[in-house]
Design a protein around this ligand. Sequence first.
Ligand SMILES: [Cu+2]
Length: 185
Amino acid sequence: MNGSSAEHVAEAAERRWAFVVGAIVATMVLVMIVTGLHWAAMPPSRVETVDVRTLHVQGEFVESNLGTQLGANGKVTVRLVAQQYSFQPQCLVVPAGMPVTFRATSTDAIHGFVVGATNANTMLVPGFVSTFTITFPKAGDQLMPCHEYCGTGHEAMWAHVQVLPAAEFLSKARGAERLSCVPGK
Ligand SMILES: [Cu+2]
């Protein structure tokens, strides 16, 4: 192989790699432009804020208002607070086969939870109220871990969820202002 043909091979290889790198950069820029435009065109549907400094002493998330509430209109609402490294209440009671609305927030770091293998799954961000409505298909006990790394005690951050048959839930909920399965409450 003489000098000029070796140069020719090297130049062709470099041109090929330059093309590959250029294509990767172009793809990444395109993804940034498309997602940027997409997000700008679709702002969050709702944002609800809460003051973390007064969360424990006034308003919706005071301790006595946490747990499951059966409203006069028959709506089921679960309110809970996450903090390093626990949920309050530590054990939730919900009915099967009825829509349940969760309302939750965090007092310190970003937390999150998922209930068993269901779609009950959200992030909890200090200063914001996360809410969603879900119907649990069947009764049974579920585990509810924190699924956002929140510090050294993260792996110990769990709650329990008791999904009760609707009739059993209703008879319990009618006799209590706020329901939870925390022992002694
Ligand atoms: Cu956590």
